[in-house]
Write a protein that binds this ligand. Structure first.
Ligand code: AGP
Length: 609
């Protein structure tokens, strides 16, 4: 999605904005721009394409000044073009504004403004905002901004500067993320904490329908009526370099390798020993509420949805609570019936995915208790939930979600095991074994990472295949779906994740030598059936990559290649199985020389419906 950076201080705003926008590149964009205020003038530079083009243009025509705003645009209204890129300016060129989100009533606002003589130069929804501010401006920028924002329906994170106010930058948000960086004699606005961490670890996360008037020495938070808001600064918990690649070729590779540490951090303070019960601070559910639950519904998008599918399985298998998992984007269309004592579990890495946030609000409106499993602290989904269990993954920059996925499942496993314990749905022995297995995951993850070269060899054998099929059953059907998503979103190879039991109902028609199949055949309830599926594919000359427990002697006989995972209780194998499939997708995409951290057409956070 779009990226926003604003700066007011005594350093060159151009440098700060460019550096901040660079750290927001992962969000995906197609154009970029910057506006600088100096000596009573406002200057704007915009380009179509990458930030390097903007930096080059600024080299040739430097914009000097210590107040400025910058933007990277991911087109929603109006094609990628210079005129549609941000910042957008008022007709007299004195006010500049950047925006992330979608203004749903922009068409009627535009008609109204045009009827009042305002001339538009772009096809964007954003341009209506800067003309509205201009319309209401009578010398007080904050007052004009406040009035303008109240006319807006939809989602926005906004930054605005004016040539007539060289000591002021204004920001506001509804639905789209925005963070205020607190410096010494300087302050920042950014789309997320990773963009500002190099300069400060002190930030304000502003809430929906709040705004800030920012000077070099102050940040005044208010609501849209201008009422002051008191808020404690938040300290960003990770070091400045955490948002950088740390020697890895791609953020995705770094994040795959961060999983053992991240799993330890996710377990820390929650699960101390197999014999100890699980402590989930932030869950905000009493034991009586847990015992009274009649249904659990997971909802999410993309990879988080796959984690939700695993969660549904665990919630039924472990806690014996009826459970469902719905695609967030489909939920509203379904107008679900929500019974009393229903718990909705919202899964989201960013905590800002629009479809997921809408689903959360749907469940709240229908009376469900809502908890969320989220990575980004204080994100919109986290703040609108009744309880939050953070996955503690640290910043995930690569568009393809890896460590967040395994930690979402681990966090959901902790919740399901806790529910099973409170409801007496599992024996003490079963719970001890499950907790022991969870505590062993960081070590198993490291073992899997140490096998990277073996997986890379398998990738080298299949990276030129045009199609792939990923098959799984039971708790590892979501693993097949996730493995396919990982491959398709970074390598652009068409890959489908499918129930192996469904093969004979259609997909088997696809099998031929050019299509490789990944078959997840770990020992458990569905093992024999998976062997049957592998044989069906081999009989039709389809190459098969099996995923099997260490020491399995049958799968190497049946499959062409094997990705080995350490033995563990079947219920937590979606976590271990995910890692070799992440590595396989990564190396196939790397061999195809893909833009792995920013795949085409994709954004890290989809903040539009
Ligand atoms: C996963 O690799 C994709 N980047 C995408 O499917 C992502 O999982 C989805 O957009 C949900 O994002 P969220 O977890 O931030 O809500």
């Amino acid at each position: 999605m779009c990226g926003i950076v604003g700066y007011i201080g005594d350093r060159q705003a151009t440098e700060i904005c460019l550096a901040g926008l660079k750290r927001l590149e992962y969000r995906g964009y197609d154009s970029a721009g910057i506006a600088i205020v100096r000596d009573g003038e406002l200057e704007v530079m915009k380009v179509v394409g990458k930030l390097a083009g903007l930096a080059e243009a600024l080299e040739e025509n430097p914009l000097e000044g210590t107040l400025g705003i910058g933007h990277t645009r991911w087109a929603t209204h109006g094609k990628p073009s210079k005129v549609n890129s941000h910042p957008h300016t008022s007709m007299d060129g004195r006010i500049a504004l950047v925006h992330n989100g979608i203004i749903e009533n922009y068409a009627e606002l535009r008609d109204q403004l045009e009827s009042e003589g305002f001339e538009f130069v772009s096809q964007t929804d954003t341009e209506v905002i800067v003309h509205l501010v201009d319309k209401y401006y009578e010398g007080d920028l904050a007052a004009a901004f406040r009035r303008a924002v109240k006319d807006l329906h939809g989602a926005f994170a906004l930054g605005i500067v004016s040539a007539d106010h060289p000591d002021q930058m204004i920001a506001a948000r509804r639905f789209s993320p925005l963070v205020l960086g607190i410096g010494e004699g300087e302050n920042f606005i950014v789309s997320d904490m990773g963009a500002v961490r190099e300069w400060t670890d002190q930030v304000y996360v502003i809430d929906d329908d709040e705004m800030a008037v920012i000077t070099r020495d102050s940040i005044e938070l208010t609501d849209l009526e201008g009422n002051p808001i008191e808020r404690e600064p938040y300290t960003i918990p990770w070091p400045a370099d955490a948002a950088q690649k740390g020697g890895h070729k791609h953020f995705m590779h770094k994040e795959i390798h961060e999983q053992p540490r991240a799993m330890r951090e996710c377990l820390l303070g929650r699960l101390g020993a197999p014999e100890k019960s699980i402590n989930l601070e932030g869950l905000n559910l009493t034991e009586d509420e847990i015992r009274g639950l009649r249904k659990v519904v997971f909802t999410a998008c993309g990879t988080a949805y796959h984690a939700g599918l695993v969660g549904r399985f665990l919630m039924e298998k472990l806690a014996r609570i009826p459970a469902e998992c719905d695609l967030a984007a489909e939920l509203r269309a379904r107008d679900p019936v929500v019974l009393d004592n229903t718990l909705a579990i919202i899964v989201s890495q960013s905590g800002e995915t629009a479809d997921t946030l809408v689903a959360l609000r749907e469940f709240k409106e229908k009376g469900a208790k809502v908890i969320s499993v989220v990575n980004v602290v204080d994100s919109s989904i986290a703040r609108e939930s009744d309880g939050v269990v953070y996955i503690q993954a640290g910043p995930e920059i690569g568009v393809a979600s890896t460590k967040a996925y395994t930690l979402q499942i681990l966090t959901i496993s902790l919740i399901a095991a806790h529910f099973a314990d409170v409801r007496g749905a599992a024996s003490e022995h079963e719970l001890i074994e499950l907790r022991r297995a969870m505590l062993g995951l960081p070590e198993q993850a490291q073992i899997l990472l140490d096998r990277e070269e073996d997986v890379k060899r398998v990738a080298a054998r299949f990276f030129e295949s045009p199609n792939a099929l990923y098959l799984g059953r039971g708790v590892n059907l979501p693993s097949a779906m996730e493995g396919a998503l990982k491959l398709k979103e970074i390598s652009y190879i068409h890959a489908e994740g499918y129930s192996a039991g469904e093969m004979k109902h259609g997909p088997i028609a696809l099998v031929e030598p050019s299509l490789f199949t990944v078959a997840i055949a770990i020992k458990g309830d569905v093992y024999d059936k998976m062997i049957g599926n592998i044989q069906e594919i081999k009989a039709r000359s389809g190459p098969v990559i099996g995923v099997a427990f260490d020491g399995d002697t049958e799968i190497p006989r049946q499959a062409d290649e094997v990705l080995w995972v350490p033995e563990s209780p079947e219920m937590i194998t979606p976590i271990t199985v995910a890692i070799p499939l992440q590595i396989l997708a990564y190396h196939i995409a790397d061999m195809l020389d893909r833009e792995i951290d920013q795949p085409r057409n994709l954004a890290k956070t989809v903040t539009v419906e």
